[in-house]
Write a protein that binds this ligand. Structure first.
Ligand SMILES: Nc1nc2c(c(=O)[nH]1)N[C@H]1C(S)=C(S)[C@@H](COP(=O)(O)O)O[C@H]1N2
Ligand SMILES: [Mo]
Length: 335
């Protein structure tokens, strides 16, 4: 049962998914397993204000996704926002996805990415290497919705209703050896369809990494959907990382490979510009980027409103213990 504690960040009850949505969804799923198309879009509008204009061409495309019947997933009430959700249209048309260009306006270019068939390789220091089809992976995990803040290192932020599953479930499927200390994640490598990948001064493909302990933290989500529907391509379909206490560049999109390793992975941005972007990249308002302050952030879609940035983006209760003693060992936790 939901206990009423008036915390500053408590979201209004009206933002919670109405019970009826899930009742409908269950009925729908029993009626036609796997063939779902319309329910995701329609049902989400029921609690996001009913604004039909929020449905962009890109989200229409998302509805043709074979996994559409999984959405919307039940919302977890464990992770609370202190602000309004960013409008769907804003979040799906203001993106960083350098494979498709360096501007924020890549959502149309990203539609070139084929997301079926989509296979995910799990290799390295694991019991048994495997290749999983995304739709088989989706059947092995439990999807849920979580409302998370998203803080880009460029000092803007959004608040997004992700759907996904805890990365801990993937770690369990992989069954890493005890010698595995890190997970290296890799994005697709398709310069033929992603023209940004022709820029040869970047170290393609996009790579990111976490410690296995970070990957198994309860907050670490592998997102497969957003706004009650499958992920649109520009947001990293069909599988992207979400680590909301870190700067957004850690959230590697359109993942094709997870490698368990005893070597710390060197990420795309670290290789491109190691003096500005490192492995840990935890949010800290007191540690400036070499070229700008991180003390505050612009809320995208609000006409320029700024709010103070919080340590670990406000998620310290969940993650600060992962980093005890590391600074004393010389680790740069904040870049
Ligand atoms: N493969 C890949 N993943 C990526 C990026 C990218 O350029 N390529 N950009 C990162 C950055 S800087 C941010 S802020 C987020 C943006 O996610 P969004 O567009 O879904 O908001 O994706 C991250 N993941
Ligand atoms: Mo970012």
């Amino acid at each position: 049962m939901f206990i009423k504690r008036k915390k500053g960040w408590e979201i209004p009850e009206s933002q919670a998914t109405p019970e009826a949505v899930f009742r409908n969804r269950r009925r729908f799923l029993t009626a036609s397993v796997g063939g779902a198309t319309a329910i995701g879009g329609g049902a989400y509008l029921a609690f996001s204000g009913g604004d039909g204009a929020g449905a962009t061409a890109a989200t229409q495309v998302a509805q043709a996704d074979p996994s559409a019947g999984f959405y919307p997933a039940p919302r977890s009430m464990r992770y609370r926002l202190d602000r309004e959700l960013t409008e769907e249209k804003t979040a799906t048309t203001y993106n960083n996805f350098y494979e498709f260009g360096t501007s924020k306006n890549i959502w149309q270019a990203a539609q070139k990415l084929p997301i079926r068939p989509w296979q995910v390789k799990i290799d390295g220091l694991v019991d048994k290497e495997m290749v999983l089809d995304i739709d088989d992976l989706l059947k092995k995990v439990q999807l849920e919705e979580r409302l998370y803040r998203h803080r880009c290192v460029e000092a803007w932020s959004m608040a997004v209703p992700w759907t996904g599953f805890p990365m801990k479930a993937l770690v369990e499927i992989a069954n890493p050896k005890s010698s595995a200390k890190y997970v290296r994640m890799e994005t697709f490598n398709r310069p033929d369809i992603a023209s940004g990948m022709k820029a040869s001064f970047y170290p393609w493909p996009y790579i990111e990494g976490l410690t296995v302990e970070e990957a198994a933290n309860e907050m670490t989500l592998l997102a497969t959907g957003v706004y009650g529907k499958p992920l649109p391509k520009q947001m990293g379909a069909p599988l992207r990382l979400v680590t909301p206490w870190k700067y957004g560049f850690k959230c590697v999109k359109s993942i094709v490979r997870f490698t368990f390793t005893d070597e710390r992975p060197r990420s795309f941005w670290e290789v491109a510009q190691g003096s500005e972007y490192g492995f840990w990249a935890n949010v800290n308002p007191k540690v400036s980027h070499p070229r700008w302050s991180q003390a505050s952030e612009e809320l995208i879609g609000t006409g320029g409103k700024r709010v103070p940035t919080q340590l670990y983006n406000g998620y310290g209760d969940f993650v600060a213990q992962l980093y005890t003693g590391l600074e004393q060992k010389g680790e740069r936790l904040w870049m």
